[in-house]
Write a new protein. Structure first.
Lengths: 114, 113
């Protein structure tokens, strides 16, 4: 089974631009979560989508948005980019593992805002 | 509100030593606890997942324990090697979270040859 894939892996943008990141979960997984990792704040939960609906949301401004398609692929959009949005963005899909339910992480998209 | 703390923030030990990394959490109402490894500039590698009903999990030289009542988990690394150098993160999935993870800040481990 293929793992979680994220595209692109690296991205450089300038302040004020917008960006869209993509995540394809493991086949059969219907939940996709997004996390942001920065040196200052560590790993923080952005939001989760399940069956095309946002089910959970973290404490991020409205510039951060997402959506999920019928094939469970998810996109995350950040508008009006700020320098502080430079981070590693990780997505994870939720599914059954050997001993229970587990989040499986993709390799991440590293976003640099100049 | 669930909070996860990892101590120490950094650790440097000679190769070959056995070592313990600590993780504590404030609310015992969790689905599971997971340990990850992260190499510089890279993504996350899942090491061990402990369900709330379990006390420990083992994989090779790694052993993770969970004491839910005291809100503690330890990651034991036996016979450390330079290749173990990385940041180790623990995360818990609170019961009211749909398995969303709350993260510790990590322990940066350096194994000196």
């Amino acid at each position: 089974k293929a793992g979680v894939t994220q595209t692109p892996r690296y991205l450089i943008k300038t302040r004020g631009q917008q960006v869209t990141l993509s995540c394809s979960p493991i086949s059969g997984h219907r939940s996709v979560s997004w996390y942001q990792q920065t040196p200052g704040q560590g790993l923080q939960f952005l939001f989760e989508y399940f069956s095309e609906t946002q089910r959970n949301k973290g404490n991020f401004p409205g510039r951060f948005s997402g959506r999920q398609f019928s094939n469970s692929r998810s996109e995350m959009n950040v508008s009006t980019l700020e320098l502080g949005d430079s981070a590693l963005y990780l997505c994870a899909s939720l599914g059954l593992a050997g001993s229970g339910i587990e989040q499986f992480f993709g390799p991440g998209t590293r976003l640099t805002v100049l | 509100k669930q909070e996860v703390t990892q101590i120490p923030a950094a650790l440097s030990v000679p190769e070959g030593e056995n070592l313990v990394l600590n993780c504590s959490f404030t609310d015992s109402a969790i689905y599971n606890l997971q340990w990850f490894r992260q190499d510089p500039g890279k993504g996350l590698t899942s090491l061990l997942l402990i369900q709330s009903s379990q006390r420990e999990q083992t994989s090779g030289r790694l052993n993770a324990s969970l004491d839910k009542s005291s809100g503690r988990s330890t990651l034991y690394i036996a016979a450390s090697q330079p290749g173990d150098s990385a940041t180790y993160l623990c995360a818990v999935a609170p019961l009211d979270s749909n398995y969303q993870l709350i993260w510790g800040a990590g322990t940066k481990l350096i194994i000196k040859p």
